[in-house]
Ligand binder design. Structure first.
Ligand code: SF4
Length: 312
């Protein structure tokens, strides 16, 4: 994604009363224009959130804290060996250094852990490590092995990333222990999920092992957010492709379409209606569902409209 492309989207963000832009990767800080992109978005009144693998955060921490409103770092191990086994990189210390540096500079820095077979035993250690690094909070989600989009796979597969039947009792014990010993961290929101939501992760892995149904999914993420890929492809969420014509950046085949038009055109509206009606199979096994109270969304849109009119 280039600065020029982001700049072309700015009028659409204003028209849509967009409030937050999340820049995600891999590592968005490898984009040579990341600072200019963040600066431009902020100068146009948007809150900017960085979701990063953390590999370059230590190097860019002082600049990043000036340009982002919050930072979330993916961290999948509590020690160098686990991190290397999962990520294939000897970068645990570097990522921790980045989290520590950003947090020490005062920006809201969260940690996101993808729970899987190689790290579920470290559940409570993740919470301790997050505190030690100065993080504002920590959140957990299950590794996505049921949705082919997660690994660009088209076959129906269950990889060795997921817990096996023999892991389930140990994971339950880890959940019992974190619920018992970290009550205050749940209450304060330091652990972002509720105990019940963490139990859904257990239910998800049990379902992968064919030992029960997938946990219930309630999600209206496409009603308040959308994903724009680096090539301009517009999606209702990370897991469901958008209509083929929904490309909001100029491509070799022609100019991109207008973002509000693409979001509210017939194809995307029909796709959202399908999702809302529970007709998409991706949703049934999704690890990343998100529900917001429609009243809250309406109130927040109203506040944004009021703020825009007041500043006009
Ligand atoms: S449940 Fe998952 S796949 Fe379905 S709309 Fe929500 S984020 Fe997308």
């Amino acid at each position: 994604m280039t600065l020029a492309a982001v700049s072309r989207l700015l009028p659409s963000f204003v028209e849509l009363k967009t409030q937050i832009v999340l820049l995600s990767g891999g590592e968005p800080l490898l984009n040579p224009e990341w600072a200019a992109i963040a600066q431009t978005l902020r100068a146009n009144g948007l809150k900017v959130w960085l979701l990063t693998s953390g590999l370059a955060l230590a190097k860019h921490a002082s600049r990043a804290v000036q340009l982002f409103d919050s930072i979330t770092v993916s961290l999948d191990g509590t020690d160098a060996a686990t991190y290397a086994a999962i990520r294939g990189l000897d970068a645990f210390d570097k990522v921790c250094e980045g989290i520590r540096a950003a947090a020490a500079l005062g920006i809201s820095t969260g940690i996101r852990v993808t729970l899987q077979r190689a790290n579920y035993r470290q559940l409570r250690h993740f919470v301790d490590l997050a505190k030690e690094l100065g993080a504002r909070n920590i959140s957990f989600l299950a590794v996505d092995v049921a949705n082919p989009h997660a690994f660009a796979r088209t076959d129906d597969f269950v990889s060795n990333l997921a817990l096996l039947p023999e892991d389930l009792p140990g994971f339950e014990q880890a959940l019992n222990s974190i619920e018992q010993d970290h009550r205050e961290d749940f209450r304060s929101g330091f652990i972002a999920e509720s105990p019940q939501k963490l139990r859904h992760i257990h239910q998800y892995f049990a379902a992968i092992c064919r030992k029960g149904p997938y946990p219930p999914v309630r999600c209206n993420a496409p009603e308040f957010s959308a994903v724009i890929g680096a090539t301009g492809r517009l999606q209702p969420c990370f897991f469901i492709s958008g209509p083929p014509e929904a490309n909001v950046l100029a491509s070799r085949s022609g100019p991109g379409v207008d973002l509000p038009f693409a979001l509210n055109g017939t194809s995307m509206s029909e796709l959202r209606a399908q999702i809302d009606a529970g007709l998409r199979k991706e949703c049934k096994t999704c690890v990343c569902s998100m529900w917001r109270d429609p009243e809250h969304i309406r109130a927040s849109n109203h506040a944004a409209k009021f703020a825009a009119e007041a500043s006009a």
